[in-house]
Design a protein around this ligand. Structure first.
Ligand SMILES: Cc1ncc(COP(=O)(O)O)c(C=O)c1O
Length: 454
């Protein structure tokens, strides 16, 4: 295929950066639609008159950022996931795809179980009792009530260490990570190691802040710490030890210790995404890595799974020296969440309502997970289930000959939305939290049909 890349107008200090930027811009603007196959590196380097390594490196970078996927036998294709679709391509896709009947997104908790009554009561109390000054512009790190409530809650439930003055409340974890990466970049940081495959929000926010991401593989125990040495020297490493997306791996204590001693030796910062930590089923909870080395680790958590993503409330607990630069940035950008919402969340935590809600949700999700595992064992025994001990999704490893993209496509045609695993072996991620129990058997039936068709 021909690919129009105008290197004369692409920005970037090096040829590789210009190729990357030109491709990234074309994907973002919709010129290269999801599913488009990029030319083999051999063909593109000949077309552009550059050495092959330059194109191979540019493709590797775009793979790490999630813009494109490498598929054995199918080449390099533009990724469908993420929020890069233009309105026109999104509406064109919506016009041909059937409505989504079952959303197996791993990112959404049971929205119908949001504690509306408790939240309304907390908001009412916040409105009634907040002093007038709380209705002024909220402090850039968050309102003091919520910072204190979070410091206490995270210490007792996750073993996080640090005072309320180290807590920064943000508008969703993505927004907070943006602050963190910008503050690190302003201090001279250049590279951050990320899990590959991993949650794209990490790589995307780092790239947006001007950092380069260095992909590091993941195995059944999470990020492969031994591979960090072969990565270019990095200033930070981002991990999700509680339940890695999309592998579902829970990082065991020995791997955690190895990560921390690597970081201490190199003076690198560890950024811990503790996103799924509230949900674990068959094992004792493992505390946060931050609690083992608070000076070396930035801890990140979010209300998106414990309550709802629409709340846009998240938090970071950072080493003391990062508080000032990050809050200065937050003040400049004006990204603080609404003060009344912050006060209501503080109230919910202090009254034990959040714990009560989570206890209820854990029971609900365990039931749903068990029903899903039972249905998968009965109707899709050829797929191996991994990552089921925690979180709100399981990973289905598909038989070798089955194409992951094909399963996702077939499922979409049946009105079932799910994500591919994006790893070396074909797999799909099945989020079960927002799925009514009655829908589990029909969904698994549909998945089994898709796997056979693929
Ligand atoms: C693995 C992971 N971590 C963190 C987040 C952050 O969530 P938010 O920006 O909604 O707080 C998400 C959201 O989808 C996620 O999937």
């Amino acid at each position: 295929m021909d690919l129009l890349i105008d290197l004369r107008h692409a920005v970037g200090a090096t040829l590789r950066a210009r190729i990357e930027n030109a491709l990234r811009d074309a994907i973002r603007s919709g010129l290269l639609a999801p599913g488009t196959r990029l030319p083999p590196s051999r063909a593109l380097c000949a077309q552009l008159g550059v050495s092959r390594g330059v194109v191979v490196d540019a493709y590797a970078q775009l793979i790490a950022e999630g813009y494109v996927l490498a598929r054995q036998g199918a080449g390099t294709i533009v990724a469908a996931s993420g929020d890069r679709g233009t309105p026109s391509s999104a509406s064109a896709a919506a016009a041909v795809a059937p409505a989504i009947r079952h959303d197996l997104s791993p990112f959404v908790p049971a929205l119908a179980a949001f504690p509306r009554g408790a939240w309304r009561a907390a908001l009412n109390r916040a409105l009634r009792t907040a002093p007038d000054e709380r209705l002024g512009l909220p402090g850039a790190a968050g309102v003091p009530e919520l910072r204190a409530a979070l410091a206490g809650y995270l210490a007792r439930s996750r073993g996080v260490r640090g005072g309320a003055d180290q807590v920064i409340v943000c508008n969703g974890l993505r927004q907070g990570l943006g602050l963190l990466w910008s503050a690190l970049a302003a201090d001279g940081a250049q590279r951050v190691a990320v899990e590959e495959p991993g949650w794209r929000g990490i790589a995307q926010t780092a790239v947006d802040a001007g950092l380069r991401v260095v992909p590091v593989p993941v195995d059944e125990h999470g990020l492969v710490v031994a591979q960090l040495d072969s990565a270019a020297s990095v200033d930070a490493v981002a991990v999700a030890p509680a339940h890695q997306y999309p592998s579902g791996a829970v990082m065991p204590p020995a791997r955690r210790a190895a990560l921390l001693s690597w970081a201490q030796e190199r003076g690198a910062l560890v950024v811990e995404d503790d996103y799924d930590a509230e949900y674990r089923y068959d094992r004792e909870p493992i505390g946060s890595i931050q609690g083992l080395a608070p000076q070396q680790v930035v801890y990140g958590g979010s209300a998106s799974k414990s309550l709802a993503p629409g709340m846009r409330l998240a938090w970071l607990v950072v080493p003391a020296q990062l508080v000032e630069p990050m809050t200065a940035l937050q003040a400049r950008r004006g990204g603080m969440p609404a003060a009344l919402d912050q006060l209501a969340l503080a109230d919910l935590i202090e009254r034990g309502e959040l714990d009560r809600h989570l206890r209820r949700q854990r029971r609900r999700y365990r039931r749903q997970r068990d029903a899903l595992l039972g249905a998968l064992a009965a109707r899709l025994p050829e797929a191996e289930v991994r990552g089921a001990a925690a979180g709100l999704f399981v990973v289905l490893h598909l038989p070798e000959a089955v194409g992951e993209e094909a399963v996702v496509r077939h499922a979409r045609a049946l009105g079932v939305a799910l994500e591919g695993g994006g790893g070396m072996e074909p797999s799909v991620v099945v989020g079960y939290a927002n799925l009514p129990e009655a829908a589990i058997a029909p969904v698994v039936e549909a998945l089994a049909a898709c796997v056979r068709a693929a």
